[in-house]
Design a protein around this ligand. Sequence first.
Ligand SMILES: O=C(O)CC[C@@H](O)C(=O)O
Ligand SMILES: [Zn+2]
Length: 493
Amino acid sequence: MLPRLVPRQPLRLFRWQAACAQGASVQRRTWASRIPRLLGPWGPVGNSPPVCRRSSSTPAGSPEVALTQERYPVKRLPFSTPSEADLAAFERIIPGRVVTDTEVLAASNVDWLRTVRGCSRVLLRPRTSEEVAHILRYCHERNLAVNPQGGNTGMVGGSVPVFDEIILSTALMNQVISFHSVSGTLVCQAGCILEELSQYVEARGFVMPLDLGAKGSCHIGGNVATNAGGLRFLRYGSLHGTVLGLEVVLADGTVLNCLSALRKDNTGYDLKQLFIGSEGTLGVITAVSIQCPPKPRAVNVAFLESPFYVLIETSGSRAEHDAEKLNDFLEQALRSGLVTDGTVATDQMKLKALWALRERISEALSWDGYVYKYDLSLPTDTLYDLVTDLRARLGSQAKHVVGYGHLGDGNLHLNVTSEAFSRSLLDALEPYVYEWTAGHRGSVSAEHGLGFKKKDALHYSKPPAALRLMQQLKALLDPKGILNPYKTLPAQA
Ligand SMILES: O=C(O)CC[C@@H](O)C(=O)O
Ligand SMILES: [Zn+2]
């Protein structure tokens, strides 16, 4: 056991000790009065659980989003245009679930950040894998492009059409198929909402291995397709480890049933890995088998400051033991001078309120105007350097240059805001940000994927041989290129 150190600030330390030793909810007076202001229009801490549903609603009077094809240099590929006969064929496959209503389509054509917009005229809502297979077989034959769509909460323009691709929504594929109450293996359809799955498994003593700010809207299939990282990555690892199996429908309608629930399966190539993070370009994920860890019996959240704000969550099985370890850590942090103030919570409502401060930064930024987003993996010791560098470089061109992310994962979310989209600001940011990242041996996408906006930056993080192999895999699995075209891979590798 580490020797207890004599603190330089005994009063503060006493507060920490009291907080941790009681193992109870603690809200320090100084902080209690500050947090509500930080929360702004979302209300004070502890009054109600945070609402994490994402919609593309923005401040009143926001202008219509520019069409992607007008804002960016992109050309429509020679796919067929959906005809009346195609709509009739879809109606036969999924009666009553072929949507052409302009209001529904308007919402599904725009990303929630309101930065890219397609002009699809049809959205399909299958309920089963067989229906997805039937639809894709038809589209493949007819050379119709398809945009698979989950909760449409992506950050890189991957979930909305660029032109008139048919939107294939997983919204009605929302059934839990099985849950094993001893192993914690969950098998479900791709359109299950992450937060609903969390509630489902938590009621059975488990937790989902991933958690995101967008949990109230995002679909598990979309999470897997984009290899979403999120807030529990440090604790439970990547979806490449927690996903046990997938069912995927390939571009020609073939159903690839690799929905294994086994922990170990070493029979040749692990094909499911190809689809995790493929962003709907290699196949449409229709069902997921995922390993859920046991629900921790003790959770502490600490929120510290100065000059950076850090949110730390501990999860374990014995409250007293965890409190003691956290107390030791905080004691050392205070004594070292790295931390000057903070709060610790164990009570559910307060935990949620503290997490809301972190989870809703994205949403808060979208109220600041147009947001240029970069999601970078960098060595932790240089994580913030780009933020200060850019503030100096951009000067008054940007409204705000904000850096936050997942410190434990070495993941910086660099957000630059301006009143409206500006080509010259974009040119000041790119390729500078990518070159800076590559120069520090980082990755241009840590957890958001490449989608439409980052596809041309792929070469900053992957060698030419890897790009060629990716193109070859795409050609093998989707020879006509109908699945989520204009995304993930650059037009010419
Ligand atoms: O909006 C962003 O830049 C990051 C969104 C998300 O990955 C988060 O960590 O909150
Ligand atoms: Zn993130």
